[in-house]
Design a protein around this ligand. Structure first.
Ligand SMILES: [Zn+2]
Ligand SMILES: [Zn+2]
Length: 438
């Protein structure tokens, strides 16, 4: 009897424990659910066309962004604390930014419905925008790969080249082979930021493999060439550990720059414009004056898409009638068919020759500079740079568009480029057009 009761009791105990556990877990799950539902219940829904865009949310009367999100399917449900906000919706530099003020109140759902205006269609003119330097969690970046892609699309970019440091490329390589992000107007290519202590940082762009940073420099270069990669000197003036003094591809001594023959291009613009970029640009001019022809890039080097979205600044390449592809982008880069921008969109030619091209003329023959600028931000000034010096200046630009034609007689072999400044520190710079005088 005792035994029997004990047995029953022994059976009962786990049953009681199990029931208590089950009941408390259910209760927990329900509370969890309720809380989750409250957390997710939106009080602001942003609907946007095209389906990918960036949404910046500012608190009323506050500086700085309160929250930033990237929309990738046309709709963004948000839950904001009560209060007044300014919602700014953007998609790169070709679409009219949209803003609206909203007041969020308890138990009310506000809606914003936007059709972003495509003011300037650069693809129609043969120009495709991209960013050739960025990181994810596969090296020292903050976000996962799909978030980087979502942000790049929201910025209206056409191509990106992912460039993890060293071994990080293995994971990104694997990821890119598993997921095909490419469509006719948005493509992801593969690169590597070869990160060395002895020779600085350089990007191997558009490669098909892994460049081993531990090898001696000659072998690193040989490997990059074997994979048909373009060699770009990164952020050359960002300090000894990040490439400056130790940079093999960007050696400046006593104010004199020395060109390394394996160099294809230089990142004259890394992230927000600063004195380091200005310094790189100056030495880029020095090297062009020595007769070297190589391209200049604008990249974000983003490690966090929320604080530094891809494509701010960006590099436009000219493909003309050709379809967007890795090979075409690489060819356009190599030929310096490029302009760089954080806002203004440039069309610049000399007697019909565009950036990267060479115009042959007779001595004293008239050369005509055709300038067409469009921007979603106000413009302020333009400079034509000839062999590193300001050759022509117009500081009276106003509004968001400008057209100008100026002519001068050709005097000697030269290179020219166009630099444009606008409001809020926005600017744009073309790669050079070369003039050969007979
Ligand atoms: Zn770097
Ligand atoms: Zn980097």
């Amino acid at each position: 009897m005792k035994k029997e009761r004990n047995k029953k009791f022994r059976l009962l105990i786990p049953l009681i424990i199990a029931s208590v556990l089950f009941l408390s877990l259910t209760a927990l799950a329900q509370t969890g659910k309720i809380q989750e539902a409250t957390e997710l219940s939106p009080n602001l829904i942003v609907t946007v066309t095209p389906a990918e865009a960036r949404v910046d949310i500012y608190e009323y009367d506050q500086r700085g962004i309160f929250k930033r999100e990237f929309v990738d399917n046309g709709s963004l449900p948000l839950n904001l604390p009560e209060g007044k906000y300014r919602i700014v919706i953007l998609r790169g530099y070709e679409y009219q930014p949209y803003q609206e003020e909203v007041e969020i109140k308890e138990e009310e759902i506000k809606k914003i419905n936007v059709n972003l205006k495509h003011l300037y269609n650069m693809n129609k003119l043969g120009w495709y925008s991209g960013d050739a330097h960025m990181h994810t969690i596969y090296s020292d970046g903050k976000q996962k790969f799909p978030i980087l892609v979502q942000a790049a699309k929201a910025e209206g970019l056409n191509w990106i080249i992912t460039t993890e440091h060293n071994e990080g490329v293995f994971k990104s390589w694997e990821h890119l082979h598993k997921h095909n992000y490419n469509t006719p107007l948005f493509q992801v290519y593969f690169g590597e930021e070869v990160t060395t202590f002895h020779s600085g940082h350089f990007n191997a762009l558009g490669i098909e493999g892994y460049v081993d940073y531990r090898l001696p420099l000659e072998e690193i270069i040989a490997q990059t060439h074997e994979y048909k990669g373009l060699i770009v000197a990164n952020h050359p003036f960002s300090g000894p550990l990040l490439g400056d003094l130790s940079s093999y591809f960007w050696q400046v001594e006593n104010g004199y720059a020395k060109f390394q023959p394996d160099l294809d291009g230089v990142e004259v613009w890394n992230g927000d414009w600063n004195w380091e970029n200005e310094e790189t640009l100056k030495y880029y001019f020095h090297l062009l004056n020595q007769g070297y022809k190589f391209f200049a890039l604008a990249n974000t080097d983003t490690h966090n898409v929320y604080s530094n979205p891809p494509g701010t600044p960006r590099t436009y390449v000219y493909l003309g009638e050709k379809k967007l592809s890795k090979e075409e982008v690489k060819t356009a880069l190599k030929l310096a068919k490029i302009f760089l921008t954080s806002g203004p969109l440039l069309q610049f030619d000399i007697n019909g020759k565009t950036p990267g091209e060479t115009l042959k003329v007779k001595l004293k023959e008239n050369i005509t500079f055709n300038i067409k600028i469009k921007s979603v931000y106000s413009l302020s000034s333009l400079f034509i740079i000839k062999n590193g010096f300001v050759f022509y200046y117009n500081g009276k630009l106003t509004g968001k568009g400008h057209m100008e034609t100026v002519s001068f007689p050709a005097d000697k072999n030269s290179w020219y480029l166009l630099r444009v400044l606008g409001e809020n520190g926005t600017q744009a710079i073309t790669n050079p057009i070369w003039i050969k005088v007979d």
